[in-house]
Ligand binder design. Structure first.
Ligand code: GLN
Length: 303
């Protein structure tokens, strides 16, 4: 399969989408990201890398970070984590307040904001230096020691993150956030502000295409855990558009409001795309289309 030709073609084809939608301007530091950026990277389980466009340029990975914090938290806390967070698609916006109150402080899944706060809290309880632990983890997974938190984005989100503050405080009121609210939010805003490129992301996420093994063959998670994380990405990784994404893309995927989206084709490859302009659900317009075109042209799907 000529992956390079396929992704070069996709990069040309998605260009008309750059002018549609909105960048994540509710986070002031992201409002000025140029909307004509596009990158895409594919990493096969054999280690072949294909990249196109701005695939080497770092951007704010936002909610894609939730895959890394969940992986770490499951490693430290184990199955007990599922007492505090569900495994069902939310069917609501990723930052919904009303759903959390209705469900008495148990977030629907780890890939909405409230669920991410609980996972971050659990990780912090297990690892006193969780910020450093997370950074070391993504650096090792991607093989890029230069990955860093974008402090400007983290500050910007802390200054404007009123909904996240409301969610975290509500979790605290329901006794489902054990640590200090501000400390949990500080880690949450930093994980969202991780700056990584499509190439970094494809490498970092590829353990989920390799049944839980890293590029060197060492275990990151067990095979059943990799299967479960993929299942959660499939059902909840793109917020309340997850059904539509299963229909259109047909593989586990996780998006972030920085315009990034990653996808897993188990046993074959990991891929990442980036384009800043978002649809109404917070998913990258061109990023989603790129994954849709990729799975259509290659014929790969988990269904
Ligand atoms: N940092 C963003 C927020 O909390 C992450 C949301 C996302 O990427 N869906 O709103």
């Amino acid at each position: 399969m000529d992956y390079q030709r396929i992704i070069d073609g996709i990069a040309r084809e998605v260009q008309p989408l750059f002018v549609r939608g909105r960048v994540a301007d509710y986070i002031p530091a992201l409002a000025s990201v140029p909307r004509d950026k596009f990158g895409m990277a594919v990493l096969t389980v054999d280690g072949e890398l294909y990249a196109t466009g701005d695939a080497g340029e770092a951007f704010s990975i936002q909610s894609i970070s939730q895959v890394f914090t969940l992986t770490l938290a499951l490693g430290y806390v184990g199955e007990k984590l599922w007492r505090r967070v569900g495994k069902e698609p939310s069917g609501s916006a990723f930052n919904s307040l009303v759903q959390l109150e209705y469900e008495k402080g148990i977030p629907r899944n780890p890939f909405i904001n409230a669920g991410a706060h609980v996972v971050t809290d659990a990780l912090m309880a297990a690892r006193p230096y969780a910020k450093e632990t997370l950074l070391k983890f993504v650096r090792e997974l991607s093989g890029n020691p230069d990955i860093a938190y974008d402090e400007e984005v983290a500050r910007s989100e802390a200054a404007s993150g009123f909904r996240n503050r409301a969610l975290a405080n509500f979790l605290k009121a329901e006794s489902n956030l054990h640590g200090d609210v501000d400390t949990v939010l500080d880690l949450y805003f930093h994980q969202c502000a991780l700056a990584m490129s499509c190439i970094d992301l494809a490498r970092a996420i590829a353990f989920l295409a390799r049944g839980g093994r890293g590029g060197d063959g060492a275990r990151v998670v067990s095979a059943p855990q990799a299967k479960r994380i993929n299942a959660l990405m499939q059902t909840s990784g793109t917020y309340d558009a997850a059904g539509d994404m299963a229909f259109r893309i047909g593989i586990p995927a996780k998006s972030g409001v920085g315009g990034g989206i990653v996808g897993i084709i188990p046993g074959r490859l990991a891929l990442a795309a980036w384009s800043p302009a978002l649809d109404k659900t917070g998913n990258s317009l061109a990023g989603v289309r790129a994954l849709e075109l990729f799975t259509t042209r290659t014929g790969f799907s988990v269904f």
